[in-house]
Design a protein around this ligand. Sequence first.
Ligand SMILES: Cc1ncc(C[n+]2csc(CCO)c2C)c(N)n1
Length: 224
Amino acid sequence: MSDYGKAFALMRDAAQGPWRDYTRHAFVEGMKGGTLPRAAFLHYLRQDYVFLIHFSRAWALAVVKSETHAEMLAASRTVNGLISEEMKLHIGICEAEGIPQDQLFATPERAENLAYTRFVLEAGFSGDLLDLLAALAPCVMGYGEIGTRLATEATSDTYRDWIAAYSSDDYQDACVAVGELLDMALTRRIGENFEASPRWTRLCHTFRTATELEVNFWQMGLTP
Ligand SMILES: Cc1ncc(C[n+]2csc(CCO)c2C)c(N)n1
């Protein structure tokens, strides 16, 4: 398994059940085998475009909540990656399927989508960078794990562009950078032994809730 840092490994282990439901969801397995209906995938992509708009806002908030230049740099790189790479992937796939960009932007937001992104933004608005990063981490690293697994296990080419994007060296490097940011931010605010602090349990709880909201997002994808 990929190494996305110490805090991520501990948080993932603490959220074991939901983490498995998220990273091995039927939607993911459908991409792996090529059995996922195209209509479900396009519905997911359109919702995900709206999702990425709010996620970009949340990562921009991470710049606001940063306390060092290194934190600002890591957060702003993620904002840039999201807007210039990830959203472009969605625009490209949708355009190839006959869905123009203005229609993408006008996608009505589903409740599962709204719940997830506003949960993350609220974690950031009412807390510090640690609360925000705990809510952001499942999204980044979960897709990193899913991408690397599907790159070796996929038995169909149908969803190869999506799989290639999340298993790419660029994306994997971004996951490692976010893992480093998480460890660095925790050490700065709590100390080396951050997992022994009273705050740790709450941060793990935030991570777990975000993971459960990822499960709901996949489920929403299956019901266009
Ligand atoms: C529902 C949903 N969850 C996670 C991702 C993946 N993702 C979202 S933002 C980002 C970059 C850094 O945060 C990544 C990799 C997605 N596209 N849609």
